[in-house]
Design a protein around this ligand. Structure first.
Ligand code: PGA
Length: 253
């Protein structure tokens, strides 16, 4: 059985006061969640990670980074390495979020290095994959997702794959209010799981969690979570409102 995983990606939002306020609200709201088998994590901006981690200390909500660099240390101005994330208590990091692919220009090759470095350094990566609207309209969804998954995981042993979570986030659904229907999500999740089974083996593929992301709200979370291969949700906008994020978490219990 795959344990559900609800993650909140705060993107470039909040400040030193509101990030801790949101974390405090989540920490008190999460008391009712104790004892439930669910993985929870939030991904605040780098500069607030430590304060948010402190506010969430003692709760069952972990912290993760929105990105990471693959080199261990050195002259890489502006970058943050895996050991720095470990040092401040991070458990997870996003790799290849669509905004990093399409706004910042990250390639599959770079994303692959980040995934591999994260695992080697003890941080669990969430590899984000997903097609643009024009790619969906041209029936290229499977092709794009195959490239993101194969190249993102290139060279990873089965043992290392076990540390990975995949997030399917169709770019046309991110921040647009357009959500993939539960059937559309299930179709792609099933496709990804079969792809993993071909790349590795079926038992391992059955253990890997595949999250859906893209305009997840309290109103659509339960339907998405009801799908067989939707193992969790990566929530952007709605994770900035504690009550909405807690309502989304409840759909996973
Ligand atoms: P959204 O973002 O929920 O605001 O659409 C999801 C994401 O980009 O992870």
């Amino acid at each position: 059985m795959r344990k559900p995983f609800i993650a909140g990606n705060w993107k470039m939002n909040t400040n030193s006061l509101t990030s801790v306020g949101l974390a405090d609200h989540l920490a008190s709201g999460s008391i009712e969640l104790e004892g439930h088998a669910v993985t929870l994590a939030v991904f605040p901006p780098f500069v607030y990670l430590r304060a948010v981690g402190k506010a969430l200390n003692g709760s069952n909500i972990a912290i993760g980074a929105q990105d990471v660099y693959f080199e261990p240390d050195g002259a890489f101005t502006g970058e943050i390495g895996v050991s720095m994330l470990k040092d401040i208590g991070c458990n997870y990091c996003l790799c290849g979020h669509s905004e990093r692919r399409h706004v910042i220009g990250e390639t599959d090759e770079l994303i692959n290095k980040k995934v591999a470095a994260a695992i080697s350094g003890g941080i669990l990566p969430i590899l984000c994959v997903g097609e643009l609207l024009k790619e969906r309209e041209a029936s290229q969804t499977n092709e794009v997702v195959t490239r993101h998954v194969k190249e993102g995981l290139a060279g990873l042993s089965a043992e290392k794959l076990a540390a990975v979570t995949i997030a399917y986030e169709p770019v046309w659904a991110i921040g647009t209010g357009l959500t993939a229907t539960p059937q559309q999500a299930q179709e792609v999740h099933d496709f990804i799981r079969n792809l993993l089974a071909r790349m590795y083996d079926k038992n391992l593929a059955d253990e890997i969690r595949i999250l859906y992301g893209g305009s997840v709200k309290p109103a659509n979370a339960a339907d998405l979570m009801s799908q067989r291969d939707v193992d969790g949700l990566l929530v952007g906008g709605a994770s900035l409102k504690a009550d909405d994020f807690l309502a989304i978490i409840r759909t996973a219990l």
